[in-house]
Write a protein that binds this ligand. Structure first.
Ligand code: UGA
Length: 443
């Protein structure tokens, strides 16, 4: 690559920022990753990833070895170093409402704007309510000694946890939200290696770029809740949602992805994004346009309650004193993230009804323990299921899919299982003497 490549900073080194910084260095750019959390920066600089993400540690090592990536807590250094600054800080749900908490985003943009003294591009990647980029543009141009010379763009990120590196290097599409040709050119230079692979680019205004991200996550959440609403209909009618989902998925116009029925969605993105979107729509006076997202949320939460119902039914109607093996705590497999995890929520509800719950997750036990220390945490699958009255599968890790029903059966007190993720072979379990129940499927 040419030596006059733009130098890149990445502000915020969570899932998104750490992955983005590593991938930009792998693409040949000089990159500085910045975070206010010095323990995170120390870990990254020493080649360790502060969270579980398959493949990322190897890529971090490669990027550090190349000499093109380093980390710092110093925003002055970032302002002096970068030509293009990617802001990747979190936008969690506010404590007291459904709105997104924008304090970290605001602080990052304002902090850079105060310090930057030559023409540069600030690029937002965080998921934000529509209108944020326009507001930030006036904020930074008011603060900055450069005034309108300091430009802002929005470049939403669509990576999934568990596939972060692949999704960053080979995205389905790139979205460049820009207000000038100069800003578009900067983004085109930075993403050139990805564009050269044939990745489609949508060049849009700032508001559309912000909206693409929120609309995409809302669509995915809606698709999941749609099939889970059908699971409720199946439960009332004796139909089988598994067969229904397969039949629907064979229609190309519908497709099978994100149509998997079960315990529903969680994590740090989908739940808070649909809530923040509704909140923003209310503020804009168009609440009705996305009020259905309230239903999407409710359907999703009801699946957790229904899972507890199934465990209680298998236990004979009362959970107090019942030994439950809860398989999984992370919000999905290949992640140690327990933010808004349906699995942990179900474990919590079982515990509150008096069950003795033994949780085992191949990666997320430590994070789960921090959030919910009152549960018992087992070090292995066999320790978790030992003497269980009911087993409930909550996160579909491969280890659980691969488990042999007879071997598990030899450990439990009763062969009773609730498959909260439609991940197991129901016929095989039943053949081997298990009482098998799954959401939306006949008993
Ligand atoms: C999601 C989006 O998929 C990414 O495109 C987006 O970039 C990211 O949010 C974000 O906003 O940062 P992620 O939260 O990593 O990614 O997880 P997903 O793979 O989307 O899964 C979300 C939840 O839906 C999980 O709890 C999963 O178990 C559940 N799910 C998924 C289902 O219940 N059924 C399905 O068919 C698919």
């Amino acid at each position: 690559m040419s030596t006059n490549n733009p130098r890149i900073t990445v502000i915020g080194t969570g899932y998104l920022g750490a992955t983005h910084a590593v991938c930009m260095a792998l693409l040949g750019f000089d990159v500085l990753g910045v975070d206010v959390d010095s323990s995170k920066i120390d870990l990254l600089q020493s080649g360790r990833v502060p969270f579980f993400e398959p493949g990322l540690p190897e890529k971090l090592a490669e990027a550090l070895d190349s000499g093109r990536l380093r980390f710092s807590t110093d925003l002055d250094e970032a302002a002096a170093f970068g030509d293009v600054h990617f802001i990747c800080v979190g936008t969690p749900q506010a404590r007291d409402s459904a709105a997104a908490d924008l304090r970290y985003v605001d602080a990052a943009f304002a902090g850079l704007a105060e310090r930057i003294t030559r023409k540069a591009l600030l690029v937002g990647k965080s998921t934000v309510p529509i209108g944020t980029a326009a507001r930030l543009t006036s904020l930074v141009q008011t603060i900055s000694p450069l005034g309108p010379e300091l430009e802002l763009a929005w470049n939403p990120e669509f990576l999934r946890e568990g596939f972060a590196v692949a999704d960053t290097l080979h995205p389905d599409r790139l979205v460049f939200g820009v207000s000038s040709e100069w800003a578009r050119e900067q983004l085109a230079r930075v993403f050139q290696p990805i564009v050269d692979e044939g990745t489609p680019v949508i060049v849009a205004d700032l508001a559309t770029a912000e909206l693409v991200k929120v609309a995409a996550n809302s669509f995915l959440a809606t698709k999941i809740s749609y099939i889970n609403a059908m699971a409720e209909v199946c439960e009332a009618t004796g139909a089988d949602v598994s067969l229904l989902a397969t039949a629907l998925s064979l229609d190309d116009r519908i497709g099978g992805r994100f149509l998997k029925p079960g315990l529903g969605f969680g994590g740090g993105c989908l739940p808070k994004d649909i809530r923040a979107f509704r909140h923003r729509a209310e503020e804009l006076g168009i609440g009705q346009a996305v009020s259905f997202l309230g239903e999407v949320d409710s359907i999703n939460i009801r699946r957790r309650v229904r899972t507890v119902d199934l465990v209680r039914e298998l236990a004979g109607g009362d959970l107090s004193g019942v030994r439950v093996a809860a398989l999984g705590a992370a919000f999905k497999p290949n992640s140690d993230d327990v933010r808004d995890a349906p699995a942990l929520d179900v474990a919590r509800m079982l515990y509150l009804e008096g069950a003795s719950v033994s949780v085992y997750d191949p990666q997320a036990n430590a994070n789960a323990h921090r959030v919910f220390p009152d549960l018992n945490y087992a070090d292995s699958l066999s320790e978790s299921v030992r003497d269980a009255d009911v087993v409930v599968l909550l996160t579909e890790w491969q280890e659980f899919r691969d488990a042999d029903p007879d071997e598990l059966g030899a450990l439990v007190r009763y062969r009773r299982i609730v498959d909260g993720r439609h991940a197991l072979d129901a016929d095989d379990y039943r053949l081997k003497g298990w009482e098998y129940r799954a959401l939306g499927r006949p008993a």
